[in-house]
Design a protein. Structure first.
Length: 304
C-alpha cells in the first residue's frame, strides 16, 4: 500500500497501544468493542461463553490508534479444557497490553467480578468501565455503587456508560488515550481487525447458533471452517458445526433441516454485509465426542 502525495504522517505525539477488555461473562464486553470501532466484529448473545477467542478491534483517529483485545468472559466454573483455554486467553492478554478496561454491570458486583479483579496485575493501568447504566432505574444508587467498587482496586479512571446505547463511549476513548505510549500506528487507518475472514466467518455462524437455538443449544458446540475460497468478490465457505453428542445433531438440524437452513441463511446475510460482497455458505453437522475437553481437538479448532 503506497502513500498518497498529500497523506500526512502521524504527529510526534501520536499514541498507539493495546487495550484488553476483560470481565466476567455477559457484562457487555463484545458489545462495547463493536461500539468502539463502529462495526460488528465480535459476536454477541445473551448466553455465557459466546466469546471464546481473542478478538482484536482497531480504532484509529487523528492522534491515536487503539488496538482493543476483546477476551472471553473469565470462567469460574466448568473446569474443562475449553474453559482453561478461555482463561489462558484472558491472562495472556492482561500480561501483554498497555491498558485494561475492566467491565462490570451497573449496580451489580459479585464474587465472579472479584475473581476477575484477583487476576488483574497489580501494576496494570486499569479503567473501571461500568456498563448498562441505562438499565438502572434509580440513578441515586449509582454513586454509592461506584464508590464501593472503586475501592477494590487502584483504578486509573472510572467511566460509567451504556455500550448498547452508545452513551459516554466517547468519554471512555478520551480517558484511555493518555495511558497509551507515544508510538507510530501499527495498522492502516482503515483496518478494523487483524482477524482473518475465515475466523470471522466461523464466529458469525457460531453467533447464529447461539441466538437461534436458545436454551436448546448444547454448550458442547463449535464451528470449523473446512474450506474458504475467494473468486473475485465471491466467497465460498464450507463449514461444519461440531457437536458433542449424536443427540445434539437433530437439535441443530431441526425438523426437515429447517433450523440449520435458517441458521445458515441468517449467517450468510451478515457475512455479506461484513465482506461487502456475495457469499455462498454451505453448512453441515458433525459429531466429535468430548471435543471440549480434548486439548488437541481445541487446537485444531483454533483455541489458544
Amino acid at each position: 500500500m503506497t502513500d498518497t502525495p498529500n497523506a500526512s504522517a502521524p504527529g510526534e505525539d501520536f499514541r498507539t497501544g493495546f487495550v484488553a477488555i476483560v470481565g466476567r461473562p455477559n457484562v457487555g464486553k463484545s458489545t462495547l468493542l463493536n461500539r468502539l470501532i463502529g462495526q460488528k466484529i465480535s459476536i454477541v448473545s445473551r448466553k455465557a461463553q459466546t466469546t471464546r477467542h481473542r478478538v482484536t478491534g482497531i480504532l484509529t483517529d487523528d492522534d491515536t490508534q487503539f488496538v482493543f483485545v476483546d477476551t472471553p468472559g473469565f470462567q469460574t466454573t466448568h473446569r474443562n479444557a475449553l474453559n482453561r483455554s478461555m482463561n489462558r486467553t484472558v491472562t495472556t492478554a492482561l500480561g501483554s497490553v498497555d491498558l485494561v478496561f475492566f467491565v462490570i454491570e451497573a449496580d451489580r458486583f459479585n464474587e465472579d467480578d472479584r475473581k476477575v479483579v484477583s487476576v488483574l496485575p497489580q501494576d496494570a493501568k486499569v479503567i473501571l468501565v461500568i456498563n448498562k447504566v441505562d438499565l438502572v432505574k434509580d440513578k441515586t444508587r449509582l454513586l454509592p455503587f461506584i464508590e464501593r467498587v472503586a475501592g477494590v482496586f487502584p483504578f486509573a479512571e472510572v467511566v460509567p456508560l451504556s455500550a448498547e446505547k452508545g452513551n459516554q463511549v466517547e468519554v471512555l476513548v478520551k480517558a484511555a488515550r493518555p495511558y497509551l505510549p507515544i508510538a507510530a500506528p501499527m495498522f492502516d487507518a482503515d483496518d478494523i481487525t487483524d482477524r482473518s475472514e475465515r475466523f470471522l466467518a466461523s464466529e458469525f455462524l457460531r453467533e447464529k447458533l447461539f441466538r437461534l437455538l436458545g436454551d436448546e443449544l448444547p454448550y458442547g458446540i463449535a464451528v470449523e471452517i473446512e474450506k474458504f475460497e475467494t473468486e473475485g468478490n465471491l466467497r465460498r465457505i464450507f463449514a461444519a458445526v461440531i457437536v458433542d453428542k449424536a443427540s445434539h445433531k437433530g437439535i441443530v438440524i431441526g425438523r426437515g433441516g429447517e433450523q440449520l437452513k435458517r441458521i445458515s441463511s441468517e449467517a450468510r446475510v451478515e457475512l455479506e454485509k461484513l465482506f461487502e460482497g456475495p457469499v455462498y455458505l454451505e453448512v453441515w453437522v458433525k459429531v466429535k465426542s468430548g471435543w471440549a475437553d480434548d486439548e488437541r481437538a481445541l487446537k485444531s479448532l483454533g483455541y489458544e
